[in-house]
Write a protein that binds this ligand. Structure first.
Ligand SMILES: NC(=O)c1ccc[n+]([C@@H]2O[C@H](COP(=O)([O-])OP(=O)(O)OC[C@H]3O[C@@H](n4cnc5c(N)ncnc54)[C@H](OP(=O)(O)O)[C@@H]3O)[C@@H](O)[C@H]2O)c1
Length: 190
């Protein structure tokens, strides 16, 4: 069965973006961890970054991405209609939204993830943001956290709105970098 992986950059205090949605300030894409980001998680790079760096996504890790509307919308606002053209792109929204042909929308991301799991393919990347991650938290099989050595105080939480429950994960890997970033991988204990 295909796995759902929430692969995301977070602060030490569990925020994935500033209150205004910016993340570059807290999670600068520089330092030795970027080698891992570029070469081990290539499938999760936007198409324009792949092109700029001459990289190719082989889809071995992910062939599908699910993102919340607030995660997709900034790309759309910048004219990037299809941020991950190498992936099947699904955007969660409760609205009727006009989207490019390359994008599928869903108003029931839990059902969508369950249906996607039944189809053949490689991994499903849950890109975020926090509201969507909170809504589908019980569908997550793996967490890959790029933990940045910064405390931001407030912002968009890693998970928003999920009911309390001790959802246990097992640590599968931990890589530390001179940049201070750690990439921690966890698998859900079922
Ligand atoms: N650090 C990172 O790696 C990272 C990764 C991803 C995102 N981010 C940041 O996170 C921020 C966005 O996160 P967010 O929590 O504000 O928003 P989000 O989860 O990206 O999007 C929220 C929207 O998704 C839709 N949605 C959420 N749950 C749904 C459900 N159960 N059913 C149907 N639709 C649902 C709704 O869209 P409608 O309003 O259209 O109904 C909702 O308003 C952005 O600033 C982004 O840059 C950071």
């Amino acid at each position: 069965m295909r796995e759902v992986t929430y692969y995301v950059a977070t602060s030490l205090d569990g925020f994935i973006a500033a209150p205004d949605g910016d993340w570059l300030d807290a999670f600068p894409p520089e330092g030795d961890h970027m080698q891992a980001v570029l070469h081990d998680y290539t499938d999760a790079l936007p198409g324009h970054i792949l092109r700029a760096l001459g990289l190719t996504a082989d889809l071995a890790l992910f062939d599908t991405v699910l993102m919340g509307w607030n995660t997709y919308a900034p790309a759309l606002a910048e004219g990037i209609r299809s941020p991950y053209p190498h992936l099947t792109q699904v955007v969660a929204t409760r609205q009727t939204r006009e989207v490019p042909d390359e994008i599928t929308t869903t108003d029931d991301p839990v059902a969508t993830l369950r249906a996607l799991r039944e189809r053949p393919g490689s991994g499903i990347w849950l890109a975020g943001g926090g509201e969507l991650a909170g809504a589908v938290v019980d569908e997550i099989d793996r967490l890959v956290l790029k933990i940045n050595p910064v405390v931001v105080g407030e912002g968009v939480p890693l998970f928003a709105g999920a009911a309390y429950a001790a959802r246990r994960f097992e640590r599968m890997g931990l890589r530390t970098f001179d940049s201070g970033v750690m990439i921690a991988e966890f698998a859900r204990r079922r």
